[in-house]
Design a protein around this ligand. Structure first.
Ligand SMILES: Nc1nc2c(c(=O)[nH]1)N[C@H]1C(S)=C(S)[C@@H](COP(=O)(O)OP(=O)(O)OC[C@H]3O[C@@H](n4cnc5c(=O)[nH]c(N)nc54)[C@H](O)[C@@H]3O)O[C@H]1N2
Ligand SMILES: Nc1nc2c(c(=O)[nH]1)N[C@H]1C(S)=C(S)[C@@H](COP(=O)(O)OP(=O)(O)OC[C@H]3O[C@@H](n4cnc5c(=O)[nH]c(N)nc54)[C@H](O)[C@@H]3O)O[C@H]1N2
Ligand code: SF4
Ligand SMILES: [Mo]
Length: 749
């Protein structure tokens, strides 16, 4: 008998609502999926990727029991009591000898699972761990830093209602990141009154739909954006270019920026960017004349040279055109947890790197370990992430992990990182526990989805909430004298529980830090939703910080009442709920700088602009004449969440894409194997000759090259892109990697 249940896709940050048909003898096979029409953001949408999520649920390299590394490097199975006792003891020893701040935390959730990170805060606090990072610190921290300084917050854009859309180094046809991406893109393309602009060196699937594709030279975006901005400033004297009324009302520091842009040599910049000036002018004209301009910058520029400068130029484009706070433009969403922030006062302890949004730049983590510095990291907890594969310079990252006293990996699978751990703690899959993400950035209605578990975990793996609760208990951080009275109060109902929680936990800072695991241990929830306990605390925080938006979504009363109502609605499911309803008029009131003005003048970045434009670009190393974009999103890639290579119906081996001109010069055709070399390594890979590529540009997919037991001899697992990247290739301001700009060479074999 078939049974359909509500869940969500875990393969990209959209987390489209899905319905899944469960089958098999034990009802644990994910047989069929369909889009969930009830989900307020995805509204029935799903792409091609989730249909075989069963391969994730039943991965051959699933970890089924805690593992401990033996002296010879092999692993032995141990029971949970031993695992928790030893992990707690080893981390406590590191804390007691070198200080808790030498225990580094990496990860906390991928595209579908952010609750582990919420529970891990308790373990981190119990250990006194201070430094952490995640994949966001190799993509978004430049944008966060710039946005925080300019706007005091980060923006998202309304592509459904804009008349001019720009995707800058982003291919949403494959990578999504906006709800129902393909529907939105097709609507934009089909409407003659709307203009879709794509800036990408490759003629991507999104670029194919565009009205204007500016096929920039790889790494040329700073010049291209400078040219567009300069044209807008120049146009602003006669026709619509920049929005002077908006600037007069909301911005400060405008003049130095206009002066810098007036000095830009448009023709020279277009030349350097490799885009005909007429096209650049057409794009500037469309943007300047837009009624509502929406834009999105992503990895093509954020993992590239000049990335922080480009983020600044992109934000200038948004602000100078007044594209904030109206339908179809940019907004600040109401989020359940603060996902972005500015720079910390203190840099990282060893490398002295700028910490943005609380995250140590991914590319300096190895530098923070491979040193004799007394404050170097000594231990690492890695959770729901695969840094030995996903961070730049895998060889150096492996060396760094081996140099640590203790590495604990919490994962569902024997990932490339788990293989290097001292202890592997097996987690329940995202269908075996309640899960959620905080990547909901919709506007004016924002939603949140707690997916109940579809079935319990098998004997062995545990949900992260349980793992962290046990670790906190083993560390002596939470004890029965705290938990028992709360449990007892809970028996008398929610109100009594909340009262006891407020009286006992909130006044004690030591306990508030442990609140996630205390809630998990004491809140009486159905088994299917237990790991959602932490959301009560998160709902309370939202009730205090955004009461108006929550009231419009129907949650009213004291913060405690609002939190209670919201929590109950989230638990009631079955699909996502709308938790916040904003108004466009709120947006400009949410400018988060101290004086509530947008700060245009960032002198360090204006200085960088001047230097960059004057430099005309670096002379490359002649032995690596090409540029490799290492890690592109394709139809069957999903970071390293889907480990089984048979998942990929297309491009199973992950071909190296190359232009027809380059292929002809090398005398190779699609399917031929070539030698691809960078300063860091040399690999053999099959090519795909693709007219979408420009001369001199190469692209490899992301998330391939995993070690997976396929059982049929040589598996087509592809190339792991970070065997080819170098950790020193990074942004000077925030340390984000230049994965999309790796000097490379190709030779026929
Ligand atoms: N299918 C799929 N979707 C995903 C993911 C996945 O693994 N697979 N991962 C998710 C995640 S974690 C993220 S962060 C997003 C990322 O989403 P995107 O940023 O869209 O992903 P990419 O394909 O890595 O890079 C985008 C584009 O940058 C272009 N690019 C390369 N060099 C340059 C350059 O010099 N200038 C410009 N302007 N562009 C350049 C590439 O040609 C590519 O088309 O995708 C999410 N969605
Ligand atoms: N060269 C290059 N490198 C890149 C990129 C690129 O474009 N080029 N892109 C970067 C980007 S944008 C990102 S976001 C990162 C992604 O890289 P990471 O953040 O390291 O994450 P994932 O590859 O998503 O790995 C997720 C891990 O979580 C595990 N997992 C799955 N479900 C669960 C669960 O429920 N619980 C636990 N505990 N574990 C689970 C999976 O087995 C896997 O090991 O890669 C980055 N690396
Ligand atoms: S991969 Fe992303 S866009 Fe596709 S169904 Fe999953 S969540 Fe939705
Ligand atoms: Mo990402």
């Amino acid at each position: 008998m078939s049974q359909w249940k509500s869940t969500a896709c875990i393969l990209c940050e959209c987390n489209c609502g899905l319905e899944v048909e469960l089958g098999g003898d034990d009802g644990r096979q994910l047989v069929r999926f369909r889009g969930d029409k009830q989900h307020p953001a995805s509204r029935g949408y799903a792409c091609e990727k989730p249909h075989r999520l069963n391969l994730y649920q039943h991965a051959r390299d699933r970890v089924m029991t805690p593992l401990r590394r033996r002296a010879d490097g092999t692993f032995e199975a141990i029971d949970w009591d031993t695992a928790i006792r030893e992990v707690a003891a080893r981390l406590a020893a590191v804390r007691d000898t070198y200080g808790g701040e030498t225990i580094f935390y990496y990860g906390g959730g991928g595209q579908g699972n952010h609750l582990p990170g919420a529970y891990a805060t308790a373990t981190r606090r119990a250990l006194g761990s201070r430094y952490r990072s995640s994949a966001l610190a190799q993509e978004k921290t430049g944008e966060f830093w710039v946005s925080d300084r300019m706007l005091g917050s980060a923006t998202r854009a309304d592509f459904e209602h804009c008349d001019v859309a720009l995707f800058l180094g982003k291919n949403p046809w494959h990578s999504h990141s906006i709800p129902r991406a393909r529907v939105t893109l097709k609507d934009l393309a089909a409407d003659p009154a709307r203009t879709l602009i794509v800036i990408d060196p490759r003629r991507t699937e999104t670029a194919e739909l565009a009205d204007l594709h500016l096929q920039v030279r790889p790494g040329g975006d700073a010049w291209l954006l400078a040219a567009i901005l300069a044209i807008l400033v120049e146009r602003g004297r006669t026709v619509r270019g920049i929005d002077r009324d908006f600037l007069a009302a909301h911005a400060v520091g405008v003049e130095p920026v206009l002066a810098a842009l007036r000095a830009v040599d448009v023709a020279a910049c277009c030349e350097r960017a490799g885009v005909p000036e007429a096209q650049v002018r057409a794009a500037a004209e469309a943007i300047g004349g837009a009624k509502a301009f929406a834009s999105f910058e992503d990895l093509g520029v954020q993992m590239n040279q000049h990335s922080t400068l480009v983020s600044y130029l992109h934000k200038l484009l948004v602000v100078l055109t007044g594209s904030l706070g109206r339908p179809g433009t940019h907004f600040f969403p109401t989020t359940l947890v603060p996902l972005w922030g500015g720079a910390s006062a203190q840099p990282s302890p060893v490398a002295g790197a700028r910490i943005v949004s609380g995250l140590v730049p991914c590319n300096v983590i190895a530098d923070e370990i491979l040193t004799e510095h007394p404050r170097r990291y000594r231990a690492m907890i890695v959770e729901a992430a695969n840094p030995a594969h996903s961070l730049a310079d895998s060889k150096r990252m492996r060396e760094a992990l081996r140099a640590l006293d203790t590495v604990v990996v919490i994962d569902v699978a024997m990932s490339e990182t788990a293989r290097l751990a001292d202890y592997v703690l097996p987690a329940a899959t995202q269908f075996e526990k309640a899960e959620a993400t905080f990547f909901n950035f919709d506007f004016p209605e924002n939603c949140f989805h707690l997916r109940p578990r579809l079935f319990p975990p098998p004997a062995g793996p545990l949900p992260e909430a349980e793992i962290h609760a046990r670790l906190c208990e083993a560390l002596g951080a939470i004890t029965e004298d705290v938990l028992a009275p709360l449990r007892a109060a809970g028996k008398a109902g929610r109100a009594a529980y909340v009262q006891a929680f407020m009286a006992r936990v909130l006044p004690d800072p030591r306990l508030t830090h442990l609140a996630p695991v205390i809630l998990y241990r004491t809140l009486d929830l159905p088994e299917t939703h237990r790991e959602g306990a932490v959301l009560f605390g998160i709902a309370l925080r939202a009730a205090m910080s955004a009461p108006a938006a929550l009231a419009r979504a129907g949650f009213r009363g004291t913060p405690l009442e609002i939190a209670g109502q919201m929590f109950d609605r989230i638990l009631a499911g079955p699909s996502a709920i709308v938790f916040a309803v904003d108004e466009w008029a709120d947006v400009l009131r949410r400018i988060g700088t101290p004086d509530r003005k947008i700060h245009l003048d960032l002198p360090d970045l204006l200085d960088e602009l001047g230097k960059t434009l004057a430099s005309r670009g670096e002379a490359g190393d002649p032995s690596f004449p090409m540029v490799l974009s290492a890690g592109e999103r394709r139809s069957f890639t999903a970071n390293t969440i889907m480990r089984d290579p048979t998942w990929r119906k297309k491009d199973a081996g992950g071909a190296l894409r190359m232009s027809p001109e380059d292929a002809a010069a090398l005398g190779v055709v699609t399917g031929d194997r070539v030698r691809l070399s960078t300063r860091r390594d040399s690999v053999v890979v099959a090519i795909e000759v693709s007219p979408s590529m420009q001369r001199g540009h190469l692209a490899l997919p992301n998330g391939l090259g995993l070690t997976y037991p396929t059982g049929d001899g040589e598996p087509a697992t592809g190339v792991a892109p970070n065997e080819l990247t170098a950790s020193e290739d990074r942004d000077p301001f925030v340390g984000t990697p230049w994965h999309k700009h790796v000097p490379a060479r190709v030779e026929p074999i």
